[in-house]
Design a protein around this ligand. Structure first.
Ligand SMILES: Nc1ncnc2c1ncn2[C@@H]1O[C@H](COP(=O)(O)OP(=O)(O)O)[C@@H](O)[C@H]1O
Ligand SMILES: [Mg+2]
Length: 264
């Protein structure tokens, strides 16, 4: 039902395709995305935005390259936490990525007790552990395909509270294979980032993924620090997170195995 290519602007195509009920254009990525209803189906359609937009950190070619990277990622890993990528449509303004629409609230939304972030952190420990299990299982699949974390933070997690379902999106900056930090301070939220992501030429690899995933647990199940009283999980879980963020695990797989063992 989706063409491989269109010769009009994405917005002109989308307006005749269905009814647009959401627009995301205020992120500093420079991307412009839409929620669209087509018959009984809802889709999330991501584009690289206006080719002439000079504001974003990444220029148009850079934004298109990240979207193509996201297409590669979607083609290698199929996981219930990832919205399915149905189609890629080429246009004069770069590709349109057609994903499933997922309901949920952004766990990165902070701002008081009513925020999704605070309401999530107030859930029973078992519910938060279930989300971490999903997140870590997804990263085991990504790691097995060679994908290394980049720019992951709680704003990449949508949580559907009534359905207790996690969706992980915006993994566009993950890179396949170990590489070196070519930016200095890389993209990302400081709360989540590993030391090597601040250091030009440092190796970025599956150890980095382990560190960032451990940080996710410290953000969601503690107060972002290693303060033991603030951590709501078990001593065994705490020990895994402490190791992951101090002496470090040699790979993501060893971190994940240790976490699973602590959960038994
Ligand atoms: N599959 C999806 N279903 C519903 N909403 C989504 C989906 N993917 C992303 N979003 C929403 O769109 C916003 C922008 O998408 P994102 O992939 O983060 O784009 P950007 O690269 O511009 O940061 C997200 O913050 C989230 O609120
Ligand atoms: Mg984003």
């Amino acid at each position: 039902m989706f063409p491989h290519e269109i010769d009009v602007r994405p917005i002109d195509y989308l307006e005749q395709l269905g009814s647009i009920f959401a627009r995301f254009d205020t992120q500093d990525s420079g991307n412009v995305s839409y929620g669209i209803q087509v018959g009984d189906n809802r889709y999330f359609i991501k584009t690289a935005g206006d080719p002439a937009d000079p504001d974003p950190y990444l220029d148009f070619d850079g934004r298109v390259a990240l979207l193509r990277n996201a297409v590669d990622l979607a083609g290698t890993v199929d996981h219930p936490a990832l919205p399915a990528l149905h189609a890629v449509i080429d246009s004069p303004a770069g590709p349109l990525l057609v994903y499933d629409w997922r309901d949920g609230e952004l766990l990165g939304d902070r701002g008081g007790p009513d925020s999704a972030h605070d309401r999530f952190r107030a859930l029973p420990v078992a519910d938060i552990l279930a989300v971490l299990d999903t997140l870590y299982g997804l990263h085991a699949d990504l790691d097995a395909e060679g994908w290394v974390e980049g720019d992951f933070y709680d704003g990449a997690m949508l949580y559907d509270f009534p359905r207790r379902r996690l969706t992980v999106m915006d993994l566009d900056s993950y890179r396949r294979g170990p590489h070196r930090n070519d930016m200095g301070r890389m993209f990302g939220s400081t709360r989540f980032m590993a030391p090597e992501q601040f250091s030009l030429c440092a190796p970025i690899d599956s150890r980095t993924t382990a560190y960032v995933m451990a940080r996710a647990a410290l953000v969601l199940l503690a107060d972002t620090t290693l303060d033991r009283p603030a951590f709501r999980g078990s001593d065994r879980h705490y020990a895994v997170l402490q190791e992951a963020t101090t002496t470090r695990f040699p790979t993501y797989a060893t971190f994940h195995q240790a976490w699973l063992a602590a959960s038994r």
